[in-house]
Design a protein around this ligand. Structure first.
Ligand SMILES: [Zn+2]
Length: 345
Protein backbone atom coordinates (compact mmCIF):
# COMPACT_ATOMS: atom_id res chain seq x y z
CA UNK A 1 0.00 0.00 0.00
CA UNK A 2 1.24 3.49 -0.75
CA UNK A 3 1.62 6.28 1.78
CA UNK A 4 -1.76 7.87 1.06
CA UNK A 5 -3.72 4.63 1.39
CA UNK A 6 -4.19 3.93 -2.31
CA UNK A 7 -2.83 0.95 -4.15
CA UNK A 8 -0.04 0.80 -6.70
CA UNK A 9 -0.62 -0.97 -10.03
CA UNK A 10 2.07 -1.44 -12.68
CA UNK A 11 0.69 -0.58 -16.12
CA UNK A 12 2.38 -1.46 -19.38
CA UNK A 13 1.60 1.69 -21.35
CA UNK A 14 3.82 1.10 -24.41
CA UNK A 15 6.55 -1.37 -25.35
CA UNK A 16 9.35 -1.09 -22.78
CA UNK A 17 7.41 1.52 -20.79
CA UNK A 18 5.95 0.67 -17.38
CA UNK A 19 4.08 3.24 -15.28
CA UNK A 20 3.27 2.74 -11.63
CA UNK A 21 -0.22 4.15 -11.07
CA UNK A 22 -2.13 4.92 -7.90
CA UNK A 23 -5.64 3.52 -7.72
CA UNK A 24 -8.16 3.00 -4.96
CA UNK A 25 -7.82 -0.37 -3.23
CA UNK A 26 -10.16 -2.68 -5.21
CA UNK A 27 -13.37 -3.92 -3.64
CA UNK A 28 -14.31 -7.59 -3.85
CA UNK A 29 -17.14 -8.56 -6.20
CA UNK A 30 -19.91 -10.80 -4.88
CA UNK A 31 -18.36 -14.26 -4.50
CA UNK A 32 -14.90 -12.79 -5.10
CA UNK A 33 -12.01 -11.74 -2.91
CA UNK A 34 -9.24 -9.17 -2.96
CA UNK A 35 -5.70 -10.48 -2.46
CA UNK A 36 -2.93 -8.38 -1.01
CA UNK A 37 -0.02 -9.50 -3.19
CA UNK A 38 2.99 -10.82 -1.27
CA UNK A 39 4.91 -12.31 -4.19
CA UNK A 40 4.60 -11.97 -7.97
CA UNK A 41 6.84 -13.60 -10.57
CA UNK A 42 7.91 -12.46 -14.01
CA UNK A 43 7.28 -14.81 -16.90
CA UNK A 44 8.11 -15.14 -20.58
CA UNK A 45 4.67 -13.94 -21.68
CA UNK A 46 5.11 -10.77 -19.63
CA UNK A 47 8.53 -10.21 -21.16
CA UNK A 48 7.13 -10.71 -24.68
CA UNK A 49 4.35 -8.21 -23.94
CA UNK A 50 6.91 -5.78 -22.50
CA UNK A 51 9.04 -6.02 -25.63
CA UNK A 52 6.44 -5.84 -28.36
CA UNK A 53 2.93 -5.96 -26.94
CA UNK A 54 0.59 -8.93 -26.91
CA UNK A 55 -2.59 -9.35 -29.01
CA UNK A 56 -4.63 -10.26 -25.92
CA UNK A 57 -3.22 -7.38 -23.89
CA UNK A 58 -3.92 -4.06 -25.64
CA UNK A 59 -1.99 -1.23 -23.96
CA UNK A 60 -2.28 0.38 -21.55
CA UNK A 61 -2.71 -2.86 -19.64
CA UNK A 62 -2.07 -4.20 -16.19
CA UNK A 63 0.07 -7.32 -16.37
CA UNK A 64 1.61 -10.14 -14.39
CA UNK A 65 -0.32 -13.28 -13.54
CA UNK A 66 1.81 -15.43 -11.22
CA UNK A 67 1.22 -14.41 -7.63
CA UNK A 68 0.36 -15.35 -4.06
CA UNK A 69 -0.73 -13.31 -1.07
CA UNK A 70 -3.22 -12.82 1.72
CA UNK A 71 -6.96 -12.26 1.56
CA UNK A 72 -7.49 -8.53 2.18
CA UNK A 73 -11.28 -8.60 1.79
CA UNK A 74 -13.95 -11.16 0.95
CA UNK A 75 -17.04 -10.31 -1.08
CA UNK A 76 -20.68 -10.89 -0.36
CA UNK A 77 -21.54 -14.58 -0.08
CA UNK A 78 -17.94 -15.74 0.47
CA UNK A 79 -17.86 -18.06 3.48
CA UNK A 80 -14.79 -20.23 2.87
CA UNK A 81 -12.28 -17.37 3.01
CA UNK A 82 -11.65 -14.50 5.32
CA UNK A 83 -9.28 -11.60 5.76
CA UNK A 84 -5.76 -12.73 6.54
CA UNK A 85 -5.98 -16.18 4.91
CA UNK A 86 -2.78 -16.95 2.98
CA UNK A 87 -3.75 -18.01 -0.54
CA UNK A 88 -2.39 -19.08 -3.90
CA UNK A 89 -4.30 -19.17 -7.13
CA UNK A 90 -4.10 -19.05 -10.89
CA UNK A 91 -5.49 -16.22 -13.02
CA UNK A 92 -8.22 -18.15 -14.81
CA UNK A 93 -10.92 -20.76 -14.32
CA UNK A 94 -13.15 -22.66 -16.75
CA UNK A 95 -16.89 -21.98 -16.83
CA UNK A 96 -17.96 -25.57 -16.12
CA UNK A 97 -20.91 -25.31 -18.53
CA UNK A 98 -19.65 -25.20 -22.13
CA UNK A 99 -19.12 -28.15 -24.51
CA UNK A 100 -15.38 -28.41 -23.69
CA UNK A 101 -15.89 -28.24 -19.93
CA UNK A 102 -18.53 -30.99 -20.17
CA UNK A 103 -16.15 -32.99 -22.36
CA UNK A 104 -13.32 -32.92 -19.79
CA UNK A 105 -11.23 -30.49 -21.84
CA UNK A 106 -11.50 -27.58 -19.42
CA UNK A 107 -8.28 -26.00 -20.69
CA UNK A 108 -10.19 -25.34 -23.93
CA UNK A 109 -13.22 -23.81 -22.16
CA UNK A 110 -14.72 -21.21 -24.44
CA UNK A 111 -14.47 -18.48 -21.80
CA UNK A 112 -11.33 -19.47 -19.87
CA UNK A 113 -9.20 -16.90 -21.69
CA UNK A 114 -11.74 -14.08 -21.95
CA UNK A 115 -12.45 -14.19 -18.18
CA UNK A 116 -8.84 -14.39 -16.98
CA UNK A 117 -7.35 -11.66 -14.83
CA UNK A 118 -4.06 -9.79 -15.11
CA UNK A 119 -2.34 -7.38 -12.77
CA UNK A 120 -0.16 -9.31 -10.33
CA UNK A 121 2.39 -6.46 -10.32
CA UNK A 122 0.33 -4.48 -7.87
CA UNK A 123 -0.41 -4.11 -4.18
CA UNK A 124 -3.80 -5.81 -4.63
CA UNK A 125 -5.51 -8.11 -7.10
CA UNK A 126 -9.28 -8.61 -7.24
CA UNK A 127 -9.99 -12.30 -7.80
CA UNK A 128 -13.47 -12.84 -9.26
CA UNK A 129 -15.99 -15.46 -8.12
CA UNK A 130 -15.36 -18.02 -10.87
CA UNK A 131 -11.68 -18.25 -9.93
CA UNK A 132 -12.45 -18.27 -6.19
CA UNK A 133 -14.86 -21.15 -6.78
CA UNK A 134 -12.52 -23.33 -8.85
CA UNK A 135 -8.88 -22.34 -8.56
CA UNK A 136 -8.19 -20.61 -5.24
CA UNK A 137 -6.22 -22.67 -2.73
CA UNK A 138 -4.99 -22.24 0.81
CA UNK A 139 -1.24 -21.66 1.01
CA UNK A 140 0.35 -24.19 3.36
CA UNK A 141 2.25 -22.49 6.18
CA UNK A 142 5.53 -24.13 5.20
CA UNK A 143 5.35 -23.04 1.54
CA UNK A 144 6.79 -19.56 1.05
CA UNK A 145 4.84 -16.90 -0.85
CA UNK A 146 7.41 -16.90 -3.71
CA UNK A 147 7.16 -20.71 -4.02
CA UNK A 148 3.36 -20.51 -3.89
CA UNK A 149 3.44 -18.06 -6.81
CA UNK A 150 4.75 -20.92 -8.97
CA UNK A 151 1.27 -22.50 -8.94
CA UNK A 152 0.32 -21.17 -12.37
CA UNK A 153 3.51 -21.95 -14.33
CA UNK A 154 3.71 -25.35 -12.67
CA UNK A 155 0.07 -26.08 -13.61
CA UNK A 156 0.99 -25.34 -17.26
CA UNK A 157 3.88 -27.81 -17.04
CA UNK A 158 1.82 -30.47 -15.26
CA UNK A 159 -0.79 -30.20 -18.01
CA UNK A 160 1.90 -30.41 -20.69
CA UNK A 161 3.42 -33.55 -19.17
CA UNK A 162 0.04 -35.26 -18.70
CA UNK A 163 -0.89 -34.36 -22.30
CA UNK A 164 2.36 -35.98 -23.48
CA UNK A 165 1.76 -39.00 -21.22
CA UNK A 166 5.30 -40.37 -21.64
CA UNK A 167 6.10 -43.94 -20.58
CA UNK A 168 8.24 -44.34 -17.47
CA UNK A 169 11.90 -44.51 -18.32
CA UNK A 170 11.51 -42.86 -21.70
CA UNK A 171 14.04 -40.29 -22.89
CA UNK A 172 12.37 -36.89 -23.20
CA UNK A 173 14.34 -33.97 -24.60
CA UNK A 174 13.27 -30.54 -23.38
CA UNK A 175 14.26 -27.77 -25.77
CA UNK A 176 14.94 -24.46 -24.04
CA UNK A 177 16.62 -23.56 -20.75
CA UNK A 178 14.11 -20.93 -19.58
CA UNK A 179 11.93 -21.34 -16.50
CA UNK A 180 9.43 -23.52 -18.36
CA UNK A 181 12.20 -25.74 -19.75
CA UNK A 182 13.73 -26.32 -16.34
CA UNK A 183 10.31 -26.92 -14.73
CA UNK A 184 9.54 -29.49 -17.45
CA UNK A 185 12.81 -31.32 -16.78
CA UNK A 186 12.05 -31.41 -13.04
CA UNK A 187 8.45 -32.60 -13.44
CA UNK A 188 9.43 -35.24 -16.03
CA UNK A 189 12.25 -36.56 -13.87
CA UNK A 190 9.99 -36.80 -10.83
CA UNK A 191 7.48 -38.77 -12.93
CA UNK A 192 10.18 -41.31 -13.82
CA UNK A 193 11.36 -40.05 -17.20
CA UNK A 194 14.94 -39.50 -18.34
CA UNK A 195 14.68 -35.79 -19.07
CA UNK A 196 17.42 -34.16 -21.11
CA UNK A 197 17.42 -30.36 -21.07
CA UNK A 198 18.90 -28.60 -24.09
CA UNK A 199 19.97 -24.97 -23.95
CA UNK A 200 22.69 -22.47 -24.72
CA UNK A 201 22.94 -20.31 -21.63
CA UNK A 202 25.79 -21.64 -19.46
CA UNK A 203 24.46 -20.07 -16.24
CA UNK A 204 21.01 -21.61 -16.74
CA UNK A 205 22.43 -25.02 -17.64
CA UNK A 206 24.62 -24.85 -14.54
CA UNK A 207 21.56 -24.09 -12.41
CA UNK A 208 19.67 -27.00 -14.00
CA UNK A 209 22.56 -29.36 -13.26
CA UNK A 210 22.62 -28.18 -9.64
CA UNK A 211 18.96 -29.22 -9.50
CA UNK A 212 19.90 -32.69 -10.76
CA UNK A 213 18.90 -32.19 -14.40
CA UNK A 214 20.82 -33.83 -17.28
CA UNK A 215 21.56 -30.63 -19.23
CA UNK A 216 23.28 -30.31 -22.62
CA UNK A 217 24.92 -27.18 -23.95
CA UNK A 218 23.88 -27.28 -27.61
CA UNK A 219 26.48 -24.65 -28.46
CA UNK A 220 29.14 -27.23 -27.57
CA UNK A 221 27.48 -30.51 -28.62
CA UNK A 222 24.85 -31.08 -31.33
CA UNK A 223 21.67 -32.11 -29.54
CA UNK A 224 20.82 -34.83 -32.05
CA UNK A 225 24.16 -36.55 -31.39
CA UNK A 226 23.64 -36.31 -27.64
CA UNK A 227 20.18 -37.87 -27.95
CA UNK A 228 21.33 -40.66 -30.29
CA UNK A 229 24.04 -41.48 -27.80
CA UNK A 230 21.47 -41.79 -24.98
CA UNK A 231 19.09 -43.98 -27.02
CA UNK A 232 21.27 -46.55 -28.83
CA UNK A 233 20.96 -44.49 -32.00
CA UNK A 234 17.14 -44.28 -32.09
CA UNK A 235 16.46 -40.67 -31.10
CA UNK A 236 14.44 -39.32 -28.17
CA UNK A 237 11.11 -40.95 -27.30
CA UNK A 238 9.65 -37.48 -27.05
CA UNK A 239 10.65 -33.85 -27.40
CA UNK A 240 9.03 -30.89 -25.65
CA UNK A 241 9.59 -27.56 -27.38
CA UNK A 242 9.83 -24.77 -24.79
CA UNK A 243 11.43 -21.93 -26.72
CA UNK A 244 8.59 -20.63 -28.88
CA UNK A 245 10.95 -20.26 -31.85
CA UNK A 246 9.89 -21.25 -35.38
CA UNK A 247 13.32 -22.66 -36.15
CA UNK A 248 13.25 -24.85 -33.06
CA UNK A 249 9.67 -26.00 -33.81
CA UNK A 250 10.77 -27.07 -37.27
CA UNK A 251 13.86 -28.88 -36.02
CA UNK A 252 12.01 -30.82 -33.30
CA UNK A 253 10.65 -33.75 -35.41
CA UNK A 254 14.23 -34.62 -36.43
CA UNK A 255 15.12 -35.34 -32.81
CA UNK A 256 12.63 -38.12 -32.01
CA UNK A 257 12.78 -41.82 -32.78
CA UNK A 258 10.37 -43.53 -35.18
CA UNK A 259 7.05 -43.52 -33.36
CA UNK A 260 8.17 -40.63 -31.18
CA UNK A 261 6.12 -37.63 -30.09
CA UNK A 262 6.85 -33.94 -30.45
CA UNK A 263 5.04 -31.61 -28.07
CA UNK A 264 4.96 -27.90 -28.86
CA UNK A 265 4.66 -26.12 -25.53
CA UNK A 266 6.26 -22.81 -26.51
CA UNK A 267 3.70 -20.72 -28.37
CA UNK A 268 4.46 -18.92 -31.63
CA UNK A 269 2.88 -15.67 -32.83
CA UNK A 270 -0.65 -16.43 -34.08
CA UNK A 271 0.10 -15.87 -37.76
CA UNK A 272 3.14 -18.18 -37.81
CA UNK A 273 3.35 -21.04 -40.30
CA UNK A 274 5.79 -23.86 -39.75
CA UNK A 275 7.03 -26.53 -42.15
CA UNK A 276 7.72 -30.21 -41.57
CA UNK A 277 8.94 -33.00 -43.80
CA UNK A 278 5.84 -35.10 -44.50
CA UNK A 279 7.72 -38.37 -44.92
CA UNK A 280 9.20 -38.06 -41.43
CA UNK A 281 5.72 -37.67 -39.93
CA UNK A 282 4.05 -40.36 -42.05
CA UNK A 283 6.51 -43.22 -42.53
CA UNK A 284 8.00 -42.78 -39.06
CA UNK A 285 4.67 -42.20 -37.30
CA UNK A 286 5.94 -39.08 -35.58
CA UNK A 287 3.12 -37.55 -33.57
CA UNK A 288 2.78 -33.78 -33.17
CA UNK A 289 0.84 -32.47 -30.18
CA UNK A 290 0.45 -29.03 -28.66
CA UNK A 291 -0.68 -28.64 -25.05
CA UNK A 292 -2.40 -25.42 -24.04
CA UNK A 293 -3.14 -23.94 -20.60
CA UNK A 294 -4.37 -26.28 -17.82
CA UNK A 295 -7.45 -27.62 -16.04
CA UNK A 296 -8.42 -27.31 -12.37
CA UNK A 297 -7.13 -30.89 -11.97
CA UNK A 298 -3.71 -29.76 -13.20
CA UNK A 299 -3.82 -26.87 -10.71
CA UNK A 300 -4.49 -29.38 -7.88
CA UNK A 301 -1.61 -31.55 -9.06
CA UNK A 302 0.72 -28.53 -9.17
CA UNK A 303 -0.48 -27.54 -5.69
CA UNK A 304 0.31 -31.03 -4.38
CA UNK A 305 3.82 -30.84 -5.83
CA UNK A 306 4.44 -27.45 -4.20
CA UNK A 307 2.92 -28.58 -0.88
CA UNK A 308 5.18 -31.66 -0.97
CA UNK A 309 8.23 -29.45 -1.67
CA UNK A 310 8.87 -31.66 -4.69
CA UNK A 311 11.46 -29.28 -6.12
CA UNK A 312 13.22 -26.15 -4.87
CA UNK A 313 11.31 -23.87 -7.27
CA UNK A 314 12.61 -20.69 -5.67
CA UNK A 315 16.06 -21.53 -7.04
CA UNK A 316 14.61 -20.41 -10.40
CA UNK A 317 14.24 -16.87 -9.07
CA UNK A 318 17.22 -14.77 -10.04
CA UNK A 319 16.63 -11.53 -8.13
CA UNK A 320 14.11 -9.77 -5.91
CA UNK A 321 12.68 -6.33 -6.65
CA UNK A 322 10.24 -4.04 -4.92
CA UNK A 323 7.19 -3.05 -6.94
CA UNK A 324 8.59 0.48 -7.29
CA UNK A 325 11.57 -1.02 -9.16
CA UNK A 326 9.62 -3.24 -11.53
CA UNK A 327 10.81 -1.29 -14.58
CA UNK A 328 14.38 -2.20 -13.63
CA UNK A 329 13.43 -5.87 -13.32
CA UNK A 330 12.03 -5.90 -16.87
CA UNK A 331 14.90 -3.85 -18.23
CA UNK A 332 17.30 -6.48 -16.88
CA UNK A 333 15.25 -9.37 -18.28
CA UNK A 334 15.08 -7.56 -21.61
CA UNK A 335 18.86 -7.33 -21.58
CA UNK A 336 19.14 -11.07 -21.07
CA UNK A 337 19.87 -11.11 -17.34
CA UNK A 338 18.24 -13.60 -15.02
CA UNK A 339 15.64 -16.31 -15.45
CA UNK A 340 12.60 -15.24 -13.44
CA UNK A 341 12.42 -12.23 -11.16
CA UNK A 342 10.55 -12.02 -7.87
CA UNK A 343 8.52 -8.87 -7.26
CA UNK A 344 7.65 -8.22 -3.61
CA UNK A 345 5.38 -5.17 -3.30
ZN1 LIG B 1 -16.31 -23.86 -20.25
Amino acid sequence: MSANGGARVAMLVAPRTIELREEPVPLPAPGGIVVRVRAALTDGTDLKAYRRGHPQMPMPTRFGHEFSGDVAAAGEGVTAWREGDAVMCVHSAPCGRCYWCANGEEELCESVMSTKILGAYADYVAVPSHIVARNLLRKPGDVSYPAAAFLEPLACVVHSVSFLAPKRGSVVAVLGDGGFGILHALVLARAGMNAVLAGRRPERLALARELGVDAIDTAALPLRDALLERTEGRGADAVVECTGSETVWESAPELVRRGGTVSFFGGLPGSSRVWFVAARLHYDEVRLISPFHFSPGDVRHAYDLLAAHAFPVIRLLSRTYRLNDIATAFDELDGGAGLKMLIEP
